[in-house]
Write a protein that binds this ligand. Structure first.
Ligand SMILES: Cc1cc2nc3c(=O)[nH]c(=O)nc-3n(C[C@H](O)[C@H](O)[C@H](O)COP(=O)(O)OP(=O)(O)OC[C@H]3O[C@@H](n4cnc5c(N)ncnc54)[C@H](O)[C@@H]3O)c2cc1C
Length: 341
């Protein structure tokens, strides 16, 4: 029987960060990922945006989680010899005078008014633009690099074959202290965590070609994230009610309409993809071992902010597993079990 400390199920953004933190802490892990094409992490543009809403409020815990995320991505880059984390200006093109004025009215350490215009030949920007200091993570490089770094098993873990023992769990010749499910939108079918409330939402994006290149993220309704060679990620839609995870004509029309409002140059659509964001009812991560069956745990609920939340939440979870440190109550899975009682 092969022995590891933990078995991780799923290697999207959540499983990658949890595995990274475990490995940094000296734990031995076995990771299973079946590479579902519609997993959120395979479509996400990896944007980290510090501000949201009409008052440009700083996101929840941002001052704490962003520096930790930067350090984590830099350490991952060094360990794997990759380049995945880029700090970028988010060039917000204002849709109205009100938004332009609100940006000045609600200043933050992450916002600034531009000294000079940009993209005058390419964008329609009658109300000007503002700069937000953000970043993005190249998940299409990070996820496969981490998979090969740790030798992730490209297969489905069948939860029905997990045997809970006094010492932990056994699964097809593997034994571990616990199995942690980082399975994204598959969690509602999980035998131990399926009763928790999940509020997944569907998002669609286009990959387009434009006749210019930039390092900036450009945003006005639609967000454009540069992928190199004049190729951009353009998205995303946000829908609670959906029947399947296929790309839809409605979403494409919505994104194209936003592109028409933003661009004064032609664009070419190269592809159109859809995925589902795994989210809980309070839009906070879910981390922890099952309160009654500590041989199983969950790391999920990253919603639309996996790239900034997962590094911090994973560190908290591993601190709990290794040293018994408490998981912040806002992300502790116990908050849902208390509600289920
Ligand atoms: C259109 C769109 C745009 C987004 N943009 C951003 C963004 O710009 N910035 C940001 O931070 N976030 C963004 N997000 C959100 C982000 O994608 C999620 O927060 C994050 O990817 C969730 O990661 P996860 O690992 O929890 O889930 P997932 O990405 O769904 O990963 C789960 C993994 O588990 C595997 N799996 C499941 N069950 C099993 C099993 N039994 N055995 C083996 N493997 C299994 C799946 O194959 C999958 O690889 C976006 C999401 C969408 C849909």
């Amino acid at each position: 029987m092969e022995t590891v400390d933990y078995i991780l199920v799923g290697q999207g953004v959540a499983g990658t960060h949890l595995g990274w933190e475990m490995q940094q802490a000296g734990l031995k892990i076995a990771v299973f990922d079946d590479g579902r094409a519609d997993a959120a992490s395979r479509l996400a543009a990896g944007i980290i945006n510090p501000l949201s809403g009409r008052k440009f409020e700083v996101s929840w815990l941002y001052d704490l989680i962003y520096p930790l995320a930067v350090d984590t991505y830099r350490a991952m880059e060094a360990a794997m010899g990759i380049s995945v984390f880029t700090e970028r200006d988010i060039w917000n093109v204002w849709p109205s005078e009100q938004m332009r004025d609100a940006f000045t009215e609600y200043p933050s350490p992450y916002s600034e008014n531009p000294a000079e215009p940009r993209y005058e030949a390419f964008l329609k920007a009658p109300y000007g633009a503002g700069i937000v200091k953000g970043a993005n993570v190249d998940l299409a490089t990070l996820l496969p690099a981490w998979a090969s770094h740790i030798g992730a098993r490209r297969e489905t873990l069948e939860a029905s074959e997990i045997r809970i023992t006094d010492k932990g769990v056994e699964y097809r010749g593997l034994q571990a202290r616990a199995v942690i499910f980082c399975e994204g939108v598959a969690s509602p079918k999980n035998p131990w965590f399926g009763k928790l409330k999940f509020h997944p939402n569907k998002g669609e994006a286009l990959i387009i070609r434009l006749p210019f290149d930039t390092k900036d993220i450009i945003k006005k309704g639609v967000t454009l994230v540069p992928m190199g060679d004049q190729t951009f990620w353009a998205g995303a839609t946000f829908v609670w009610d959906y029947n399947n995870v296929e790309p839809t004509a409605d979403a494409r029309a919505q994104i194209e309409s936003q592109l028409e409002q933003l661009l004064q140059v032609p664009y070419e659509v190269l592809s159109h993809k859809a995925a589902v964001r795994p989210a809980g009812p309070d839009r906070r991560p879910m981390a922890g071992l099952h309160p009654r069956i500590p041989q199983v745990g969950i790391f999920n609920g990253m919603g639309s902010k996996g790239c900034s939340l997962a590094p911090w939440a994973a560190r908290k979870f591993v601190g709990n597993l290794l040293n018994g440190e408490s998981i912040p109550p806002e992300i502790d899975i116990k908050r849902f079990f208390n509600a289920l009682r």
